[in-house]
Design a protein around this ligand. Structure first.
Ligand code: 5GP
Length: 210
């Protein structure tokens, strides 16, 4: 990656991990004004409250595949049967002038790390699987079928997210927000970030994947 480019951060969490609300609060901070949030393309149906061009660009599968064939995406993933993609030109051009944050699933995070080895991968780790399930069930916009699908994948997602550069424990909103701000605004490197995800929690979360 060109040294003059700005920093690229990828934030992921298992489904229901709470990254959308955390990022919303993050961008309310004045210091985040200089940072660009990428807006993905998706074929998923809009949920109540989703805004076109703010949360996502909602497009048909046909249009998505056309854009994919054109090479318009820097990465794409199929997440729970819907397609998601990150706009390639947007990312390269924004990185000329500002730091950029991508909110992606773990597959997207892995693809970005292959392209930008100095991208910072940040993941939100739940304190337990019950916590994840409660968040998913609390999001009334998803059907039971979708919630079950997401829950059945959550162990794999957690184990992938545990391999990221920065692990933020998402137990309390304010503490998780502080950790996110420390990483991004204070330029913390991996060695100086004191993750609150303990080795016991990691072991507990991974043991359950067996
Ligand atoms: P949701 O449909 O709940 O907004 O997002 C489902 C998952 O897709 C989340 O983990 C979200 O971070 C991820 N996602 C959103 N946009 C993209 C994208 O452009 N690429 C990838 N790989 N994942 C995305």
């Amino acid at each position: 990656m060109n040294k003059n480019l700005h920093k690229l951060f990828v934030i992921s969490s298992p489904s229901g991990g709470g990254k959308t609300s955390l990022l919303k609060a993050f961008f309310e901070d004045q210091r985040a004004k200089e940072i660009t949030m990428s807006i993905s393309y998706t074929t998923r149906d809009r949920r109540d409250g989703d805004l076109e061009g703010k949360d996502y660009f909602f497009i048909s599968e046909k249009d998505f595949l056309k854009k994919q064939k054109n090479g318009d995406f820097i990465e794409t993933a199929n997440v729970f049967g819907n397609l998601y993609g990150t706009d390639k030109n947007f990312i390269y051009s924004e990185l000329q002038s500002s730091d950029v944050i991508l909110e992606l699933d773990w597959q997207g995070a892995e693809s970005i790390k292959k392209l930008f080895s100095d991208a910072f991968l940040i993941s939100l780790i739940p304190p337990s699987y019950d916590d994840l399930e409660n968040r998913l069930r609390g999001r009334a916009s998803d059907s039971d079928d979708i919630i079950s699908k997401r829950l059945s994948q959550s162990r794999k997602e957690v184990s992938k997210c545990l391999g990221f550069d920065f692990l933020i424990l998402n137990d309390e909103f304010d503490r998780a927000l502080k950790d996110l701000k420390d990483i991004i605004f204070n330029n913390l490197d991996i060695m100086s970030f004191k993750s609150r995800v303990s080795s016991e929690l990691t072991k507990y979360l991974l043991d359950l994947t067996k």
